[in-house]
Design a protein around this ligand. Sequence first.
Ligand code: CA
Length: 225
Amino acid sequence: MRVLVVEDEVRLAGTLRDLLEMDGCAVDVCHDGEAGLDNALSGIHDVVLLDVMLPRMDGLTVLRRLRESGSAVPVLMLTARSELSDRVAGLDGGADYYLTKPFEPKELLACVRALARRQPELRGGDALSFGDLRLEKNSFSLVCDGRSVRLSRKEFDMMELLMLNRRQILTKESLLLKIWGYESDAEDNNVEVYISFLRKKLNHLRSRVKIKTIRMVGYCLEGGD
Ligand code: CA
């Protein structure tokens, strides 16, 4: 599990990192709202911990922009007790849960785990749809107009990421991290290979959906309407 911590109090951010790492998570830390938003938009995190009062861009704005750009990543807002009125604004803005500082480490870890588990529900149950395509999770297959093809595990993961991040461009870097993992020595080339496998399968299905290459940036789906 990969967690993004956006917290300007350096000491607290460090404590959060230690706690989460001891619990087996990979952790990225940002100390201001702009960097936090950039990182959250990469699409590689399972949960985001987001402080409300942040320099450069406050947490509620980060959250709003994140949801506006189509990200459904679970967000746990961290707020000081004096900022309790922000709760309502935050829930309206698409936060999944709140913790008031100071919090118990155990409570924080339980929240993070619960939010990470909720993600499959946010992903819409057993199938994901885009345009004339359905991605079926039980059978690892891609279905279009009665025709279907089986996908390998990596093809499936890649198609799922593309469908979940339909309104964003996915960089090769984020696909590599999310699918092959941080420790892997896989290269950009692996991403290209699997993208070409998926394109062949989309052709075979005669789907209107295409994987578009954004030169020097990454990939996105088109043909969803
Ligand atoms: Ca703060």
